[in-house]
Ligand binder design. Sequence first.
Ligand code: ACO
Length: 472
Amino acid sequence: MPKTGTTARPAVPKKKTAKPAAAAPVTTSAKPPAAAPAGKASALEIKDTRTSNTYSVPVSEGAIRATELKKIKTDDPGDSGLMSYDPAFLNTASCRSAITYIDGDKGILRYRGYPIEQLAENATFLEVAWLLRHGELPNQQEYDRFVHEITFHTYVHENFRKFLEGFRYDAHPMAMLNSSIAGLASFYPSARNIFDETERNISIIRLLAKTPTIAAFSYRHVKGLPFVYPDNRLSYVENFLSMVARMSESKYEANPVFARALEILFILHADHEQNCSTNAVRAVGSSHVDPFSAVSAGVAALFGPLHGGANEQVLRMINEIGSVKNVPKFIETVKSGEGGRLMGFGHRVYKSYDPRAKIVKKLADEVFKVVGVDKDLEIALELERIALSDDYFTSRKLYPNVDFYTGLIYRSMAFPTDFFTVLFAIGRMPGWLAQWEEMLLDKEQKIARPRQIYIGPAERPYRSRLKPKQTL
Ligand code: ACO
């Protein structure tokens, strides 16, 4: 039987006749807590059948403090108190946040209280970036200054050329982006002064300004094209498109439908509360490392196919399906488990249509009016139609997520499949930064360090299994 480790020694269950725990319970009364307002409980009563003790744990904002559970102990001196076990944080709030609100059942997404639909329709990406960080929409003066600062920090150090040129011709642009963002820390050592507001501010400006430049340079490297330097006369999105697509034109002019579509996609991706990559940024940032290093952890998390990498996988899946007539057979393989998952479907939080997916679908219609409908869009529409009428998907509340149609839009703009997640990362940057700063200024936060339940071997003596050393 494995011995329990010091970090997480599970409490030993006691018989009903066991003595009360050494640490006094919060209350041992079976009555409702006195402070409870009429008709509404403000505390949770827990009866520990190991000790027969009853505990009253305060409930606030729909949650109990997990550290309150530590007070629930047996009289075993090695019992460090009760823990909650929650792999993948299925039901654990890791912070209190004022940035993004999601109601997954109703399909609601709001940034700082503003519905995503209204922001996507009316705002610019940089307005949203400001909003996420500061909590209010910028006034004209604040906005103009912010846009100016971003515009004038888009250049990267010339050494970046050499750095990016060192990657293989077929390097995945997310691997290039991830290491380049981390590499920025080496150019700005003062960014480590994270409790200096001026330093934080300039680091945030630099990350928002330089990410599109690094992303575009990665694209050009893979294509074997010369790097295009930022053009300060252009808007954030147009400048990015210029750095990606400009050839010999003296002035680049982006297709306005593509530019607005990309701006809306960036807005839709700008934040999504405590998702995998944001959690990574917060966890790494909680060690008080510089923001470039913290955010590069977010880029790494986003690369995974279950997260931002899904938009790339949707296109690969559609290519494998090949034709509308193969869709029913493919859906059957998903249901039987042979065909893997239906990429771009399902979400940890949304148990109805992802509100972003609705906007993206409408956007796809507008973009496809310009480029024409292709067979991949027809396959996607058929996948969606069949899945939404199939009990396997409806009973599990699996609906299209934001990634289902974004890949098709990106591809119609001639972005290569490998590059889709990079576009997601540019959009998510303001959210990561706002969440990083919120975490840093939150007095309740400490270094992120979960507990564990040790299930490994008990203590055992060392006996080498290698061949005995030869003596010369
Ligand atoms: N296709 C087929 N079945 C699915 C899918 C899917 N896309 N997603 C979930 N299921 C099934 C699971 O097999 C499971 O079925 P079971 O109860 O019979 O075992 C059930 O639905 C619940 O699935 P979980 O894995 O428990 O759901 P979870 O909330 O952990 O996963 C996730 C969410 C990772 C997004 C999942 O739905 C998935 O893998 N989707 C495909 C990848 C994808 O599109 N990711 C992008 C998410 S959006 C974003 O990150 C920006």
